[in-house]
Design a protein around this ligand. Sequence first.
Ligand code: FES
Length: 92
Amino acid sequence: MTATRYKKIERGKPISIMVNGEAIEAFHGESIAAAMLASGRRAFRHTVKGKQARGFFCGMGMCFDCIATVDGVPHVRTCMTEVSPDCVVELE
Ligand code: FES
């Protein structure tokens, strides 16, 4: 049996982003959704009618369950948006 070779994954430079007024750790090159999941957040938004929690679902920009306000821009898909230093995320 041959050993499987895995490419070592290098994380980007650590940075900090603000989510609902709280600083969380993120790494250059990753999405805002990845940083939020890594920090333990599962609810990204709540439905307008029933106020039910919605979170990361498709991870590829199709479901819109991960939308948030990013740097003042509403309805941004966080799974498709790369973190940037000092970006401010407000969950909807
Ligand atoms: S998780 Fe589906 S659009 Fe982001």
